[in-house]
Design a protein around this ligand. Structure first.
Ligand SMILES: C=C(O[C@@H]1C=C(C(=O)O)C=C[C@H]1O)C(=O)O
Length: 104
């Protein structure tokens, strides 16, 4: 494997795309790690209504927006990504909790 190149060290589209592919892999590894905790959360929560926790959601979004600003990233883009992720997680948690309750 070739060493990572800084953006300014990339001379071709292939150079840039190799770095984007490397970063996508790293991001997916982190999403997979995060997903493991969401699954665990679904095991801990006891009622499907608990899947949606608005106070926690707004706290996460607030943190993500601030971290994005600190990194000079677009905070609206980060919020959109996180809301999509969180909405998906809520339905995922609901499904797990409801199925467990039905099985009882
Ligand atoms: C993981 C949780 O469940 C949901 C998913 C969240 C997330 O993906 O960060 C945040 C809030 C929740 O409604 C939680 O309650 O913390």
């Amino acid at each position: 494997m070739t060493a990572a190149k800084l953006p300014a060290e990339c001379d071709t589209k292939d150079d840039v795309r190799a770095e984007i592919d490397r970063i996508d892999q790293a991001l997916l590894n982190l999403f997979a790690e995060r997903h493991g905790y969401v699954t665990r959360m679904a095991e801990i929560k006891t009622d499907p209504h608990e899947a949606f926790d608005p106070a926690r959601i707004e706290a996460v979004i607030g943190k993500v927006r601030q971290l994005s600003l600190d990194l000079d990233l677009d905070e609206d883009q980060a919020e959109l990504i996180w809301r999509t992720l969180i909405n998906w997680n809520i339905n995922y948690e609901k499904g797990i909790i409801a199925a467990r309750k039905r099985a009882k």
